[in-house]
Design a protein. Structure first.
Ligand code: APR
Length: 230
């Protein structure tokens, strides 16, 4: 029984019009991540942080899954085996393409979190600092996003899947951020075949047995067709 773990990053959603982070014109070239993607930044200026994520939530609503998201959903549907997508992305394009086994290790734009009581609920399109938590009526209420300096979600589950994988594929990530940047090494050490599909070599490109470079909307459907023997 084939067990595939797929890691995705901002590059898989780039052709859906959602920005990446570290390329030319990337989000971190326009915003100071210390101001909008750290707990300290949120404590200093929650209105600025909500403004940043409100804009990204609006972009996400207006975006559509591309051929790469759709190919992964097709793979999950027809594969003779198990498949898990671990995404660093906070958009919901994998789910809207039809993927069901998706873990958002950096959180999700469509979810809100109460920093007071830990309650999670579906985020409104626009969040404001004064929004009370629907459960405890307190707060502060924040986007359910894992910020720099915070611990990613589902790590024990992810490492279990990496240890049991036959195939690990990384799509559209620069390999700048840990622990995701170490997943290829973790999976390779446990015996998985490792494949990188990216526009250009990532920071951890040497950790992969095979690499293919190009646009995800071209590479991913091609690769899925190979796996499904189409
Ligand atoms: N097809 C395939 N790959 C692409 C495409 C494309 N159309 N466009 C861009 N890429 C690649 C780039 O070459 C780059 O390697 O996607 C990668 C995007 O890298 P980053 O902008 O660093 O995004 P990512 O790797 O997802 O960042 C990881 O950093 O800021 C944190 O939490 C944030 O989840 C994010 C994490």
């Amino acid at each position: 029984m084939t067990k595939i773990v797929i890691l995705t990053g901002a590059g898989i959603s780039a052709e859906s019009g959602l920005g990446t982070f570290r390329e030319k014109d990337g989000l971190w070239t326009k915003y100071d991540l210390n101001e909008v993607a750290t707990p300290e930044g949120f404590a200093r200026n929650p209105a600025l942080v909500h403004e940043f994520y409100n804009a990204r939530r609006q972009n996400c609503v207006e975006a559509h899954p591309n051929a790469a998201h759709e190919a992964l959903a097709r793979l999950e549907q027809y594969i003779d085996g198990q498949m898990l997508i671990v995404t660093q992305n906070v958009d919901d394009l994998h789910e809207r393409a039809g993927s069901r086994q998706v873990l958002h290790m950096h959180g999700q734009l469509r979810q809100a979190l109460c920093a007071g009581c830990g309650h999670r609920w579906e985020a409104p399109l626009v969040m404001q600092p004064a929004d009370p938590c629907p459960a405890c009526q307190g707060g502060p209420t924040r986007p359910d996003i894992v910020w720099f300096g915070e611990y990613p979600y589902y790590m024990d589950d992810i490492w279990d899947h990496l240890r049991g994988a036959d195939l690990f594929v990384s799509i559209g990530t620069s390999g700048n951020v840990y622990p995701a940047a170490a997943f290829a090494q973790d999976a390779g050490r446990a015996g998985a075949y490792t494949l990188e599909l990216n526009l250009e070599p990532s920071m951890c490109g040497d950790d992969f047995v095979e690499s293919r470079y190009g646009a995800a909307s071209v590479l991913v459907p091609q690769w899925v067709d190979e796996v499904l023997g189409a």
